[in-house]
Design a protein around this ligand. Sequence first.
Ligand SMILES: Nc1ncnc2c1ncn2[C@@H]1O[C@H](COP(=O)(O)OP(=O)(O)O)[C@@H](O)[C@H]1O
Ligand SMILES: [Mg+2]
Length: 324
Amino acid sequence: MADPVLSIRNLSVDIPTRRGTVKPVEDVSYDIHPGEILGVVGESGAGKSMAGNAVIGLLNRPAHIAQGEIWLNGQRIDQLKGDAMRRLRGKEIGMIFQDPLTSLNPLLRIGDQLTETMLTHLRISPAEAERRAVAALDEVGIPGAAERLNSYPHEFSGGMRQRVVIALALCAEPSLVIADEPTTALDVSVQAQIIALLKRLCRERGTAVMLITHDMGVIAEAADRVAVMYAGRLAELGPVRTVLTHPSHPYTDGLMASTPLASRGQRRLRQIPGAMPRLDAIPEGCAFHPRCPFAADRCRAAPAPTVTDGQAACWFPIVQEKVS
Ligand SMILES: Nc1ncnc2c1ncn2[C@@H]1O[C@H](COP(=O)(O)OP(=O)(O)O)[C@@H](O)[C@H]1O
Ligand SMILES: [Mg+2]
């Protein structure tokens, strides 16, 4: 297999508070390969965005990387500062957030935003940048691309605006895209189109994608592999088909049972009892044990084992028939 584009090793994020340090991300490791979409899924507050923001150097103080390493195309990036990190964000890492307006300058025509980004990061002429801007808008499905270069962000609908953001995120030819809840703010009717677009364009370019979402439907639709997060930790990591249809971690199993996924032929939805703990009240042992139907003494006593690819952070993983 090709070398990973992104490699996160034993990443922990700390937030010092008056009542002690909390860990929104703890000992998380995963790789993303060229052209691969890794879905990062979990309930709100699980630490998904913190992990993504750590990669792009956008943790808000006092949150900071306390431990671990982040490698991008063989270069260690977790200690990069200021300009070096900003260059990386524009050139090597494209970003798509929930609200398209966070990525777009409201005062600039979208053509100028696209050409400026390309001229900053690519060795091309202004004329070539303009030609590529039209092609980029055309490719993301903006009708009348050449004329729309002159439009401002507010002149687009939410779905069209997120298409513009995708064009902007990809225009400097990044090797990694981090998409944090890219469809959560959009009408349900356009969500699937945006996910399909992102998936197609990144596949064609061989771009690695970290797709952060709380929505199992999005994962099922787009991801090649899944990282399931719970209370800042990785609960399970593996190929999407295996994890969704034959989960090993009781939390993943519970998530699946509470999600209406047509592809799963689901009968009745079942909610996981209780709620994810606050960061300052994470229980001893396995963080999931108070909600787990299979919890035993060992789960209350010892932290769950660390996840490696294809495994669950669980003392008693659900043993399923092998997927053929
Ligand atoms: N400044 C802060 N102080 C304490 N906790 C924080 C702070 N900022 C974020 N958190 C907590 O960090 C956790 C992880 O948040 P986040 O990564 O945004 O979750 P997700 O993206 O999975 O919904 C949440 O429980 C949130 O409450
Ligand atoms: Mg988030």
